[in-house]
Write a protein that binds this ligand. Structure first.
Ligand code: AP5
Ligand code: MG
Ligand code: ZN
Length: 215
């Protein structure tokens, strides 16, 4: 099962992808998390990506293609994967088809498009706290860590992402509209798109996501 989460920054892609991954036992492949790990480890990719990510722009397509190709070739992705944050433009969507067909003629099964209004997104991102240890996401109001400071899953001190500052959030929303939103039509024309109301609390959205995948 190869699922793709599509949606603006803060829509809940990471939150819902993590739940699906637990339920179906297939990995969540978050290109944002992979790039942040590369930045933290100061790899060649990380050094190149840091300033681009901090300003909310997209890292180049070739770098992403390599990351995703390598990740999907790992054994734990044999039974499928949940892509969170890839593809992000039509060139990446075309590349993804190539990566999948090269690997045992797999293909995208379903695209889960989380729809959330812009004011709700800003609210979610401004109070997000992320775990640099295990990539869990919290929200100071909607999904608070028990002690307000540390990750409930692994105990690491939570951070605010550099690109969750208000000015960068606005730029990310612009990049989403210009580059990523065209994928709604791209996948709709291929009959793969499922529109999911991404508003409401995390459990409500999960019920909709889960029902869509079981269809
Ligand atoms: P990435 O990490 O993918 O960021 P994003 O797409 O902007 O998405 P977010 O992670 O901000 O949001 P999300 O939808 O995962 O929401 P979440 O579940 O955390 O990418 C970061 C950067 O990496 C990019 O800007 C780019 O530079 C680079 N990059 C990554 N992929 C790339 C690619 N393919 N090509 C090029 N560059 C790439 O939820 C948000 C908050 O809301 C959390 O606090 C959460 O607890 C809370 N929340 C979630 N659901 C709910 C709910 N229902 N109700 C209330 N609160 C909720
Ligand atoms: Mg995310
Ligand atoms: Zn953690």
């Amino acid at each position: 099962m190869l699922l793709v989460f599509l949606g603006p920054p803060g829509a809940g892609k990471g939150t819902q992808a993590a739940r699906l991954s637990t339920k179906y036992g297939i990995p969540q492949v978050s290109t944002g998390d992979m790039l942040r790990e590369a930045v933290a480890a100061e790899t060649e990719v990380g050094l190149r990506a840091k300033s681009i990510m901090d300003s909310g722009q997209l890292v180049d397509d070739d770098t992403l293609a390599e990351l995703v190709r390598d990740r999907l070739a790992q054994a734990d992705a044999d039974g499928g994967a949940i892509l969170d944050g890839y593809p992000r433009n039509t060139a990446q969507a075309t590349t993804l088809d190539e990566i999948l067909s090269d690997a045992d003629s797999r293909r995208v099964d379903r695209v889960l498009f989380l729809e959330v209004a812009e004011d709700v997104l800003v609210d979610r991102l401004s109070k997000r706290r992320a775990c640099p240890g295990c990539n869990a996401n919290f929200h100071l109001r909607f999904n608070p860590p028990s002690d307000g400071v540390h990750c409930d899953r692994c105990g690491t001190e939570l951070i605010q992402r550099e690109d969750d500052r208000e000015a960068v959030v606005r730029d990310r929303l612009g990049v989403y509209r210009d580059s990523t939103e065209p994928l709604v039509d791209f996948y709709s024309e291929r009959g793969l798109l499922a529109r999911i109301d991404g508003e409401g609390d995390i459990d409500e959205v999960w019920d909709r996501v889960d029902a869509t995948v079981r269809q």
